[in-house]
Design a protein around this ligand. Structure first.
Ligand SMILES: Cc1cc2nc3c(=O)[nH]c(=O)nc-3n(C[C@H](O)[C@H](O)[C@H](O)COP(=O)(O)OP(=O)(O)OC[C@H]3O[C@@H](n4cnc5c(N)ncnc54)[C@H](O)[C@@H]3O)c2cc1C
Ligand code: FES
Length: 265
């Protein structure tokens, strides 16, 4: 059993829980996720490891209430217990010193891009982050991102906070400025987590500039151990399983059209 140590509402419909899970905390790496089973009657849902604390033996999960299981998880209180948490799962993000890394997070994806941005910063990179949400009341972790990034841009679709528009508008502007400049070079990597349409748009944009782009895919996952095939995606013309081969993949190689169809199914 995994006890909920702390619980906080971060934004409308977005909740953070801190859970006692010392074995997972000990092994966690940026980019990995866990599978949560609230109780015997629940469905298994994958959630990214938003943070972890080895000393306290805790992990942090940030989730948006979008359906039955996330609604049910949101009803748990401090002191309640989750029956099973399996993880850490998936390959950690490949982090190394590259130079400048642009980290992009959309919606609840900001919770997922936070530990990855931190890991790239700790590896000695310059971090430019672009985070976006539909409106101000849905924006999360701005302060935390500010604390680890060299530059931070915030966008909202409706203009209620930061710049009005999409994260891709800011990215395009940055890349256009670099294109005209004689002394600034293109980022060495773009890392992006968010809604499928956002990851597709970012990958389409960076392909024009030939900038390596990694996306963290979110296919439907059931067992998350490579056995059921629910999470299969096409990357570079090959079939891969999001859970055991990912969740990070080369955004220029992902068949977003197929993934979108599978998610809608
Ligand atoms: C590797 C990975 C990491 C994720 N990390 C986070 C996270 O940190 N925070 C967060 O809020 N969400 C995360 N998600 C999405 C999260 O798993 C779904 O929101 C959740 O499963 C929805 O379940 P539900 O019963 O509440 O909603 P449902 O009504 O069942 O579904 C709502 C939507 O959620 C998605 N979904 C449903 N079941 C699954 C499933 N088993 N696997 C994947 N997607 C599903 C579908 O797009 C569906 O349309 C992640 C997904 C993946 C694959
Ligand atoms: S979730 Fe079953 S193979 Fe990936």
């Amino acid at each position: 059993m995994f006890k909920i140590i702390d619980k906080k509402q971060l934004a409308q419909d977005t909740i953070k829980i801190v859970v006692g899970a010392p074995q997972i905390a000990k092994k966690a790496k940026a980019g990995q996720f866990v599978v949560v089973l609230i109780d015997e009657q629940s469905e298994r849902i994958p959630l990214t490891l938003a943070d972890w604390d080895i000393d306290n033996g805790t992990i942090s999960l940030i989730f948006q209430k979008v359906g039955f299981t996330t609604e049910k998880l949101a009803t748990l209180k401090i002191g309640d217990e989750i029956q099973h948490i399996l993880g850490p799962l998936g390959h950690p993000t490949a982090v190394s010193k590259l130079g400048t890394v642009v980290c992009i997070g959309g919606g609840v994806g900001i919770a997922e891009v936070y530990p990855v941005s931190r890991a790239f910063k700790q590896a000695g990179n310059r971090i430019i982050a672009i985070i976006g949400s539909r409106s101000k009341d849905l924006l999360i972790l701005e302060k935390e991102m500010k604390g680890i990034c060299d530059e931070l841009f915030v966008t909202t679709d409706d203009g209620s906070y930061g710049r009005k528009g999409l994260v891709t508008d800011v990215l395009k502007e940055l890349l256009d400025v670099i294109e005209k400049s004689t002394h600034t070079k293109y980022p060495d990597l773009v890392y992006c987590i968010g809604p499928l349409a956002m990851m597709r748009a970012v990958s389409g944009l960076t392909k024009n500039y030939n900038i390596k782009t990694i996306v963290s895919l979110n296919p439907i996952m059931v067992d998350a151990t490579g056995m059921c095939g629910a999470c299969r995606c096409s990357v570079g013309g090959k079939t891969v399983f999001g859970c055991v081969d990912g969740p990070d993949f080369d955004g220029h190689e992902v068949d977003f059209e197929e993934l979108g169809k599978r998610l809608r199914l």
